[in-house]
Design a protein around this ligand. Structure first.
Ligand code: HPA
Length: 276
């Protein structure tokens, strides 16, 4: 297995329910200082020699709700540590009755309905103005390899889909879900944006593994609860961690794609800590 020296480390940003990567040991915790505030991560090396960084998106103890996650600090931290490939997990509701709880979706497009989050590293001034291309926001090479690994692990996986990002932390109304469905959405979640956009701005290969935990509002025949989402995640999270550990060598293979190199140098660091 060849580890691509220009993509030294693989980052895994774990969402709800994915708090560890089973199968890897020797994790060493680390605090990364970023212009947006400190970020806690853990680093390890897989038995095949792939260095991996694990970051819990919601912070230690899952303290931050989706609209308060420090997305810029998280993405900056993994890039600063030398990661060029980022696999993110996230719980989602399904807008398609055939996409049942338990499915994994390697989304290839998004619709962004978030409205109260810092969405760019490029705030003008010294950082400059950048209009990052979003034609293909999720890395096709990462998606394909993750889909193969999921299939090999016996998981139900779909290789494409449109992720609808909502502001949360509330769930959606029935009418919202119906509207998102008509717009072409397949799954709905609260944490996929702006993470993917920030990763694109830094030229990273990025993929989201969307884990279907429930049918979205109005499709399930009952009201949604966070407990329902957590229970579904608990069932899937462990299998997913093991699958990711198995997938690491494939994720570190050399490949050419349009995700990187970064469109420019890291933006000038804004002064101070603006963590939400
Ligand atoms: N809506 C938004 N976010 C979610 C859902 C949902 O139904 N399930 C898990 N995350």
């Amino acid at each position: 297995m060849a580890v691509d020296a220009s993509f030294e480390k693989v980052a895994i940003i774990g969402g709800s329910g994915v708090y560890a990567i089973d199968g890897l040991s020797g994790w060493s915790p680390k605090t990364v200082t970023t212009p947006y505030g400190p970020v806690e991560v853990a680093e390890a090396v897989s038995p095949e020699g792939v260095p991996v960084v694990f970051l819990n998106r919601h912070g230690p103890g899952h303290r931050l709700p989706p609209h308060r996650v420090n997305y810029r600090a998280n993405v900056w931290a993994v890039r600063a540590l030398g990661c060029r490939r980022v696999v993110a997990t996230g719980a989602v509701g399904s807008l398609q009755p055939l996409l049942a709880p338990g499915f994994l979706v390697l989304v290839d497009q998004f619709l962004d309905f978030t409205h109260n989050r810092p969405t760019t590293f490029f705030e003008g001034g010294e950082a400059g103005v950048v209009h990052a291309d979003m034609t293909e926001p999720y890395c096709p090479n990462l998606r394909r390899r993750l889909a193969e690994a999921a299939r090999q692990a016996g998981l139900d996986v779909v290789e494409a889909g449109t992720y609808v990002a909502t502001e949360g932390p509330r769930f959606e109304s029935r009418a919202e879900i119906e509207a998102y469905r008509r717009l072409g959405g397949d799954v709905v979640g609260m944490t996929g944006l702006p993470e993917v956009v920030l990763a694109r701005e830094l030229g990273l290969c990025y993929a989201t593994l969307a884990l279907v935990t429930n049918l979205a509002a109005g499709l399930a025949g009952h009201r949604l609860s966070h407990d329902e989402v957590l229970a579904a995640m608990a069932a899937l999270g462990k299998r997913l961690g093991a699958m990711l550990a198995e997938a690491l060598p494939a994720l570190a293979e050399p490949w050419a794609c349009a995700c990187g190199p970064a469109p420019g140098p890291l933006p000038a660091a804004p002064g101070g800590d603006d963590a939400p």
